[in-house]
Design a protein around this ligand. Structure first.
Ligand code: ZN
Length: 523
């Protein structure tokens, strides 16, 4: 494959996505799809951020109507004909195309197949089952009664197995599910990576827990005025390179990043806790990582299916690189702690840097995934992967899940939930029918550590951070990862950027070094 070297934030050196007339024709169809779904996304953003609660039903109908129109456009047979035509030419070497053109055709094929492979009746069945499933999950959770959810989850699992058959796979049905979120990755590859990560993490955790060092979190708690936290967050996101002329920041119940068909409008939301300082900080830096990725995709890809991040795993690698590798590092806080302290001079001591750094990195095995630290987080994910994989294979039954969950928690993390609410019922994902999604969170951590190592070979990251300098790091990410949008699949991107395939050893070394130092443990 040819390599096109680009530099700069908004590089237009490439001209259009393609001058090939057939690809330009595809682009005409594509632009309509991207515009329509972008308009739907504005409605969804408004629903989360602005809409009064009585507007729910009106909005649901607007979105359903638009979804129907969008689907009609997505399955337009003319798109299929054009694709077959171009793919035929490619196969016979009749045309020579760039990486961008090839990536574009592959992306359109992927979206077209996903829209056309599932029969309409099946899509409606699944939508009904998951809508009932979500209600049942909520009820089961509030009443702490898994059995209320059991028949619904059984139905959703059965439909998910059919979905895998419709989508198609080579080796295992789970491959088809995983491919929806992480194109090109397989179950067997994931199993190899996760097994070695799990074994290493369990050993590291045992050693850290045997350490005499205790970490006190008091510094994070107190009264931190929300308006001041927002002012600080604004300064921080600007420093991280988030362009507020192409974005905005609002409050919402669950923080998220959203974009509307290109990098010139990418918005983030934050949730602020008045009595805990690190919560809003961590989630804001995380969402900024997602947002900067989207903003730095080259402007040439706006209004096309190449805009946006290539996969959930790569997306999460950017948010976690920002949140953890940067935002939980000591050099970063050497620069930022004095600033934070000046915003909150009544709450934070001037000499609190090390206490603050240790508090935001405290390692404690816990029951809930979303609040887990960097070391234990992946064990929560591996457990979910193992269970959902066994469900799809038919090796376990839905009714077995609560016990299986407790057994695995005990084995990997040494803690066991007393209630299913704090166990198998804690996450919404399975009630949505999203199987194959959980692994992308851990993939994000692993990609992030592998990229971070590469960045360190080329830049003195610690010195830059201590000097309050982030632009060189952001430009590196743009150059190597962001600008490409969806051109390269995760496997290709990791190989291009780091010269090898995904390797969990980088993450393992990273936590050994960071937490070994913090807890006085030799590995
Ligand atoms: Zn994220």
């Amino acid at each position: 494959m040819g390599i096109i070297i680009l530099s700069g934030r908004y590089n237009n050196a490439m001209g259009n996505i393609s001058r090939n007339p057939k690809i330009q024709k595809l682009l005409t169809f594509d632009r309509q799809l991207v515009d329509l779904s972008g308009a739907m996304t504005v409605l969804s953003w408004d629903q989360e951020v602005n809409m009064p609660k009585e507007g729910v039903e009106l909005r649901a109908n607007q979105l359903a109507t638009l979804a129907g129109i969008l689907h009609e456009h997505q399955v337009n047979p003319k798109i299929g004909e054009l694709l077959t035509d171009i793919e035929g030419e490619l196969a016979s070497d009749a045309v020579e195309l760039s990486d961008v053109e090839r990536g574009y055709i592959r992306q359109i094929r992927r979206d077209f197949d996903q829209a056309t492979k599932l029969p309409q009746v099946f899509v409606e069945d699944l939508a009904l089952a998951t809508s009932k499933g979500q209600q049942a999950w909520q009820q089961a959770r509030s009443e702490n009664s898994f059995s209320l959810f059991t028949p619904h989850l059984e139905r959703i699992v059965a439909l998910t197995k059919s979905k895998a058959e419709y989508l198609g796979y080579v080796d295992s049905p789970y491959d088809a599910l995983l491919d929806q979120f992480e194109p090109g990755l397989t179950e067997s590859e994931l199993l190899r990576i996760f097994n070695s990560l799990r074994e290493a993490t369990v050993k590291i955790l045992e050693k850290l827990q045997a350490s005499n060092v205790t970490v006190n979190e008091d510094i994070l708690h107190g009264e931190f005025p929300v308006a001041t936290q927002e002012m600080f967050a604004r300064e921080l996101v600007g420093w991280l390179g988030y362009n507020l002329d192409a974005g905005r920041q609002d409050l919402s119940a669950h923080p998220f990043t959203i974009s509307f068909g290109g990098g010139r409008d990418v918005r983030i939301t934050t949730r602020v806790k008045h009595d805990q300082i690190d919560y809003a900080m961590g989630s804001t830096i995380h969402e900024t990582g997602h947002a900067v990725y989207e903003q730095q995709v080259q402007a040439e890809f706006d209004r096309s299916s190449l805009a946006g991040g290539v996969s959930l795993g790569i997306h999460e690698s950017q948010s976690r690189y920002f949140e953890n590798q940067i935002g939980r590092s000591l050099p970063f806080w050497r620069f930022w702690y004095p600033k934070l302290q000046s915003y909150f001079s009544d709450q934070l001591p001037t000499d609190g840097l090390m206490d603050y750094y240790r508090a935001i990195n405290k390692v404690t095995p816990s029951l809930i995934r979303t609040g887990a630290d960097e070391v234990t987080y992946n064990l929560h994910i591996i457990l979910r992967f193992e269970i959902e994989r066994a469900l799809i294979k038919g090796e376990v039954q839905v009714a077995d899940l609560p016990d299986l969950w407790r057994a695995k928690m005990k084995e990997y993390l040494g803690v066991e939930p007393e209630t299913d609410k704090d166990g198998v019922l804690q996450d919404v994902h399975w009630s949505h029918g999203t199987f194959g999604y959980f692994p992308t969170y851990t993939l994000g951590n692993l990609y992030a550590a592998q990229f971070a190592q590469k960045i360190r070979e080329q830049l003195d990251v610690d010195a830059l951070l201590e000097a309050g300098e982030f632009d060189a790091i952001r430009l590196w990410l743009n150059e190597n990862i962001h600008q490409w949008g969806k051109v390269y699949y995760p496997v290709e991107l990791v190989q291009r950027v780091t010269g090898e395939s995904l390797n969990p050893d980088y993450f393992i070394s990273y936590i050994k070094q960071k937490y070994g130092e913090m807890y006085g443990v030799e590995f």
